[in-house]
Every structure is written in C-alpha cells, then in structure tokens.
Design a protein around this ligand. Sequence first.
Ligand code: MLT
Length: 253
Amino acid sequence: MKTTVNGIQISYERRGRGTPLLLVHGFPLDHSIWEPVVPLLEADFDLILPDLRGFGASEVPSAEATMDDFAADLAGLLDHLGIEKAAVAGHSMGGYVTLALARAWPERVTGLGLVASQALADSPERKAGRLEEAERILAQGVGGVAEGMPGKLTASPVLQGALRELILRQQPAGLAAALRAMAGRPDSSSLLMGFDGPVVIVHGQADALIPVERAREARDLAKRGTLVEIEAAGHLPMMEMPGETAQTLKGLS
Ligand code: MLT
C-alpha cells in the first residue's frame, strides 16, 4: 500500500491484529527483512511495515535527510492509519529512527524495540567515513555497497545472496540521504534513561557492525530494559534467528 506523508509517497504493508507495532528496517534494506518474523507476530500485533523514504518502494525525495525526517514520516503514517499510540521496533538504523520518533513524540510510543542497534551517536571518524561513502555512492552507484555489505550483515551465504539483490534494488540518493542522516544523529542515551515503557533489545553476539557491548549499555541505561543475546546471530537476528527475535519482540505486546 502507498500513501503520501509530508509530501512523499511512503510504501508500507500492514499485517496481523492486536497491539500496533511499527517495524522499521535498517540500512541499506527495506521492510522485506521482517518477513521471517511476520508469521510469528501477526497473531499478537497489528504490524505496520514501512519502507523508509528513499528505500524499497517508497519515494526518493532527495539525497539529504535527517533522522527526524524519517521519524516524522512514520508519525504521519500512524496518523494516516488512525493509530494514536504504537510500540516501535527498529533494526540498526531503524533503531536510530525509533529513538528519534520516541524523542519527538514520546506520548505516542508505548514501547521500544532495538534489534542490532545502539543509542550512541557516531564518532567523528565514523561520521566522516559515512559522508565520504555518501559521495561515493552518488558518484558510483550502489554496486560497491551490494558487494561489500552482505558479508558484514551475516555469515549465511544464502542470506548474503538475497541481500545483494535487495541492495542492488535501492537508489543511490536514498542511501546517501540515510548515511547523512546517520552521521548527524544525536546521542540517545538520555532519551533511553527517561523512557518509561519497556525497551526490548535483541542482539547477535556475532554482530560485525555493532558490537554486542552497545546493546548491553542500552539495556543498562533503560529503566525497563531487557536484552536477549543470540549467540549464532550476526547483524540480522530477524532473518538469522526469527524465532528468538519474535519471542523477544512479544515483550512489546
Ligand atoms: C544498519 O545496519 O542500519 C547500519 O549499518 C547501521 C550503522 O551503520 O550504524
């Protein structure tokens, strides 16, 4: 389905019945990464699965964006669906969007899920690297990302092949905008410390992109934080170990 939010066409799927749960994909992916957990969650949740602006079937408005832009699109999508409050869970960059949504609209977020994500901002080096990568993608396309990223996301050759195809379908401007948004995001530690609802965290112990220590720190910061570490998962627990991931997300019902 598609709707126009903040002047941008946003594509989304809606599945299941129950507590509204917005599932936000990470970089450089789209909502399809959640497919393995949907059948495990749809009896308990009204699942809303958007493609962020610049990704999947959503419009690519420009090569610039902020986390607040992504969050505002999701708030607009909830308005469109007539949903006042929802639990929100995000994968990696989707976790950064989730935290931005909770910062801007705390009254609308009943619980937070962080899947392979973190509360920290980028170091100056990481920030500079992201801005360079954005320029490189705009000049050379997404091919380099499609070659380099899957091996960092998961050790599974089967998943790597599917991820390569998924990344090749993304648009250079969309990826550049997201890299710039990630580089500019603030630290969310104080937000987590002040959040009153449940914070459920899932993280792979073999995550090569965001070390599991970041998840432990987030759990310790949250008032009502729970962390499930999955030994056999890398950066994509919802695809690598959907059963454990879905079970943990049920803490948001
Ligand atoms: C993601 O998986 O969304 C990104 O790799 C997160 C990041 O680079 O911080």
